[in-house]
Design a protein around this ligand. Structure first.
Ligand code: F6R
Length: 336
């Protein structure tokens, strides 16, 4: 895929999200569920993490995230199991689906096609279709808003259609600032890499999935190793590693929600520790009036920054050779 097409895909996130929101109400499941299990890998699995924090902040139903070929033993007829794989062909997600079908859970699949869709048709499962032809990681809004729509239409409201629409209007309005900040982060990080610094993404709860998503984006689009530091858990383990660290040079991207005073103070505390180590720091303040807005805003900034950095490094942001190499062997691994 050409780089400009990848950038365009990120820039068209508001349109991509709207396509899913236009289908709000089309997909629904009947039932009274005690919990939701979302299972998927990589760029698909992260959608589960986003739904989990959104639900924890104002939903009523616990969401569990599973990034595995295994299915947890608690799944019962009171569990809604959502299997999400953009391609529909990821072996771990297919195995999880096969295992889920042996439980009494209500199983729904989300994909652009592939084996997940075929198996769903064969078993009469509800299959949520997302548009094909994109890279999984660049189709975050398609999958996220499709799942939020499925849940709301099934009586499990985490985000209402109106809130979803407002978040898209917000994302559209802030896209120019996402481009500008994305370029700035890419230029900063490019210099940091030249100084052989280890890249760290630091944030505070509940932005755990945003930091992990950022790490994944820099791994895949920029071909860069990254570490994730999340406060307040960081204060109970990682901090000790920084007493005598190897390597000892860091470039820290601090992500914080300025409206969250405790979160901001936690990041201030981390900042003091990083600076004692002569780390270089870039601070990203999240914009948006809801958690959903801040998550999509942060995701777009990090997605664009990671593509721009890949271009600066002379790598192809779109290609992920090592994932392909793993996938070509994975069916052998899972057949044993
Ligand atoms: C590729 C990407 C990967 C995939 C992962 C699972 O853009 O982000 O992390 O998401 O290999 O594949 P899918 O999403 O097709 O199940």
């Amino acid at each position: 895929m050409e780089i400009t097409r990848l950038v365009d895909t990120y820039l068209s996130w508001p349109k991509q999200a709207l396509l899913s929101i236009n289908e709000w109400g089309k997909y629904r499941v009947e039932g009274d569920f005690d919990e939701i299990l979302i299972t998927g890998m990589g760029g698909s699995g992260i959608v589960g993490d986003y739904v989990q924090v959104l639900s924890a902040s104002k939903g009523a139903t616990p969401v569990y995230v599973n990034k595995s070929h295994l299915i947890p033993s608690f799944v019962s007829e009171k569990t809604l199991v959502i299997i999400v794989s953009y391609s529909g062909n990821t072996i771990e997600s297919i195995k999880a689906l096969e295992r889920a079908l042996k439980t009494r859970g209500k199983v729904v699949t989300v994909s652009s096609g592939g084996a997940l869709k075929d198996i769903s048709t064969r078993h009469g499962l509800l299959h949520v279709q997302v548009p094909p032809g994109l890279l999984p990681r660049a189709s975050l809004p398609a999958m996220l808003y499709a799942i939020l729509g499925l849940l709301d239409s099934s009586g499990i409201t985490i985000v209402s259609k109106d809130e979803a629409l407002e978040s898209v209007a917000f994302l559209e309005k802030t896209t120019p600032s996402c481009i500008e900040i994305g370029e700035e982060i890419a230029s900063w990080l490019f210099e940091m890499i030249r100084e052989n610094r280890l890249f760290v993404i630091a944030t505070h709860s509940p932005y755990d999935p945003l930091a992990i998503r950022g790490k994944n984006e820099f791994n895949e689009n920029s071909k860069l190793v990254a570490k994730v530091d999340i406060a307040p858990e960081w204060m109970h383990n990682d901090i000790v590693g920084y007493e005598f660290p190897v390597p000892s040079k860091f470039a820290v991207l601090e992500i914080l929600d300025p409206a969250d005073s405790v979160g901001a103070k936690l990041v201030e505390f981390m900042d003091r520790v990083y600076r004692l180590l002569d780390a270089q720091v870039y601070r990203l303040e999240l914009k948006g009036s809801t958690l959903l807005e801040r998550l999509v805003y942060g995701s777009l900034v990090l997605g664009l920054a990671s593509v721009y950095l890949g271009v600066k490094r002379g790598v192809d942001p779109a290609t992920t050779k090592s994932i392909a190499m793993y996938k070509s062997e994975a069916s052998k691994i899972f057949s044993s």
